[in-house]
Design a protein around this ligand. Sequence first.
Ligand SMILES: *[C@@H]1O[C@H](CO)[C@@H](O)[C@H](O)[C@H]1NC(C)=O
Ligand SMILES: *[C@@H]1O[C@H](CO)[C@@H](O)[C@H](O)[C@H]1NC(C)=O
Length: 342
Amino acid sequence: MRQAVASLLLLPVIAVALPIARKLQDDDPPTCPPPNFDSVAGFNLARYISAPWFSIQQVPLIYQPSDELFCVRATYVPINPSDLSEGIHVFNEARAGSTSGERIGVSPSSSMPSQLLAFPDDLPEAQANASTAQSKLRVGVRELGFLYRTPVEPSEVSLPVIPGLPEIADIIPSFLQPLIPPEVNNFLANILEVVPTIISLIPSLIIGAVSRGGGQQPMMTPGNATSSLDTLFGVLVGLIPDEVIDFLQRAFFGPYWVVAISDDYQWAIISGGPPNVESGGLCTTGTLGINNVGFWLFHRNPTPPAEVVQQMRNRATELGYDVSVLQPVEQAGCEYTQSTPA
Ligand SMILES: *[C@@H]1O[C@H](CO)[C@@H](O)[C@H](O)[C@H]1NC(C)=O
Ligand SMILES: *[C@@H]1O[C@H](CO)[C@@H](O)[C@H](O)[C@H]1NC(C)=O
């Protein structure tokens, strides 16, 4: 009798559950990224980079394979703390094989400069929504950081008077001049305008290169012109059309989106741009290549309580991520490099 009552009680449950299960099965593949997917609003970048982040779980990538998911930590150091748009050094570290394995990545305490730079994403698509733009960064190799330099007009730089420098009229015979398209003419005029600047910079460039000696300082510090080299890059960037700069930024700097962050900035979910790839009926980011890849659960504490990790996973699922692709990072017993970078 009791069993019969129990079955009767179960009937409505089954009646409701069956169509849902069928619906889940028949459903079209999910839209990836989920509709209106975006990074977090009201983000405070200075607060975000104020302390190192430990990767608790992440998707293995070509540059971060499963056997290197030990002691993964990211430390961010601004080039100019009062102007984060000048760029942020990214010091990534990990161990291979075990928590006492070989160190991978750049140690912030070593004299080596960081290999990567992060910049607030200033591409039009990232700036489309002002309330979420701050939580979108781009990360790429330090050597290409000049792509984020503020352009410098040659006219803003004090040009020395160098007698005898050619004008366009001097280098192109007069009968050919009407044949030159105006764009080419303008381009040549710009180049000629910059020549004196470059010539005037050469002595300080040489002195700068010699005094840098051991290569302790990054050769190119993006941002506002503070040295001759910076000025030169600013002038060169000013010569490159905006569309070309945008193209190069997209090609060489991968999107880094903070898609969730706790109110106290103790944990965060990071995604290599929006999750465009379908996975297990939900979405994830790609894993091939360098840009637009990866998905990380970050915490300030290398070994957060299990229920907090579960909370982070739940949040990721709510956002539409397939958390089954995540692998745990071993952090217990790790020895990290000095937390205050030199
Ligand atoms: C911009 O982002 C905010 C916060 O996520 C959202 O509420 C708003 O609808 C977005 N605006 C547009 C135009 O998408
Ligand atoms: C950098 O240049 C911009 C635009 O010229 C200016 O508003 C800003 O104050 C400069 N920042 C620094 C640190 O000099």
